[in-house]
Ligand binder design. Structure first.
Ligand code: MG
Length: 416
């Protein structure tokens, strides 16, 4: 699938959210699951799982016992998964193969790197930017990650800061003691990758804004900032996350909020993203669906995957995203039917047989059943995602991942 059509699909998410607010009722299935007169014989899978990691399979460095039970049943005696599975996390400060190794060790079954979707993994499809000189923001193995995503010409914040030492002036201890000569041999930056929350926010905020305002030449100091500005690709919009502290911690969404506010204040214009990815973005679910399909093909399962079950612990990212994707699939299905009848309309923008994405909320992570409803809480989602409270309601709420998989297998008429 072409990168541009994915990007277009992502931009469509905004409209979908708006539409959802007007008429989402009815698409979420609640209540009793389908019943079967008899459990059918297990054959080729036509369903698969999108599994969140933190709060679903692990808490900190410890595996959740229910996950071990679930994978014990999900894996054949030969060590193969019975159905396609991808792991979808908003984490980004690690490498895909390292996360796969961690999961393999924790779950006791082989997890391949291409079963893991980190928050920035969909950047692989934005090949039109892969040869551009991109400034990368984040922490951990940012250069390795950017290269693994396909970006061949990456500049780190530290390299930029070293090239132009007079830009980073907040920390008195880090200010240059002499004025270095102006560099003219530093090639222009052509775009910005925001992979995750950096450390020293003041440095990253200052240098990213400098790059955008100067059209990639922060040594020159333009009088008029170009608009539209250089392309910005960002992943992980989570405002907050839970660690050991009793109160939530700042996530990358908080960093983006700061960057957007500064850019808006300085220019009077909105910071625009070429793409925003990570849950709950539609792009991430489309990417996950593509990996599920490829996995099924590799296993030689000829039957198309028609139904996905997305299991997560966070209503704002896991459930909202799964429901948004389900809604998209439903609309695409309607459009396809209309097309067949000659009415035209929007089509699914990639080859897909998937018809539904069922959201299942577990209680082993962020979500607490006794919490006040989302309607009483402020919206913590990103600016570019309209808020539709209906999308926060899971199709099913269960205790843990084992219950979630049991439910899905029962719905599919498979033995568990
Ligand atoms: Mg989670």
């Amino acid at each position: 699938m072409a990168a541009l059509s994915w990007a277009a699909a992502l931009r469509g998410a905004r409209g979908l959210c708006g539409l959802a607010a007007r008429g989402a009722a009815g698409f979420l299935r609640h209540g009793s699951p389908r019943t079967y007169a008899a459990v059918s014989a297990e054959s080729l899978p036509t369903f698969g799982f999108l599994l969140d990691i933190d709060g679903v399979l692990v808490r900190g460095h410890n595996v959740i016992p229910a996950a071990l039970d679930a994978f014990h049943r999900l894996v054949t005696p030969q060590g193969h998964l019975r159905v396609p599975v991808v792991f979808v996390t908003n984490a980004g400060n690690t490498l895909q193969h390292r996360k796969a190794q961690e999961l393999s060790a924790l779950l006791g079954c082989k997890v391949e790197p291409d079963q893991v979707i980190l928050s920035h993994s969909p950047m692989k499809i934005f090949s039109q930017h892969h040869d551009k000189r991109m400034l990368v923001s984040g922490q951990g193995p940012v250069v390795e990650n950017a290269r693994a995503l396909g970006f061949r010409n990456v500049v780190t914040m530290e390299e930029l800061r070293t090239a132009f030492p007079v830009l980073d002036m907040v920390d008195l201890e880090r200010r240059p003691t002499t004025t270095p000569p102006l560099r003219s041999d530093f090639p222009a930056i052509e775009g910005v990758l925001l992979l995750g929350e950096p450390v020293r926010w003041e440095t990253s905020l200052q240098l990213i804004v400098d790059v955008l305002l100067s059209n990639g030449n922060p040594g020159t100091g333009l009088v008029t900032a170009p608009y539209p500005h250089l392309p910005v690709l960002a992943s992980n919009m989570d405002l907050l996350w839970m660690a050991e502290a009793k109160m939530p911690r700042f996530g990358h969404g908080t960093f983006l909020l700061c960057l957007e506010a500064i850019y808006q204040k300085l220019t009077g214009k909105e910071l625009r993203y070429e793409a925003l990815m990570g849950k709950p973005s539609l792009l991430t679910y489309q990417y996950a669906e593509q990996l599920i399909r490829q996995q099924a093909e590799r296993r030689g399962w000829a039957a198309p995957i028609r139904r996905l079950y997305a299991v997560g612990d966070n209503p704002m990212s896991d459930i909202y995203g799964a429901n948004l994707f389900h809604q998209y699939l439903q609309r695409a299905e309607c459009a396809a039917q209309a097309e067949q009848q000659g009415a035209g309309g929007p089509q699914k923008q990639w080859p897909s047989a998937t018809q539904s994405c069922t959201s299942i909320l577990v209680c082993t992570g962020v979500y607490r059943p006794q919490e006040p409803s989302a309607r009483e809480q402020p919206f913590h989602g990103h600016r570019d995602f309209g808020f539709s409270p209906a999308l926060l309601r899971a199709s099913h709420v269960v205790s843990d991942i084992h219950e979630a998989m049991r439910l899905a297998f029962r719905e599919e008429g498979w033995t568990w």
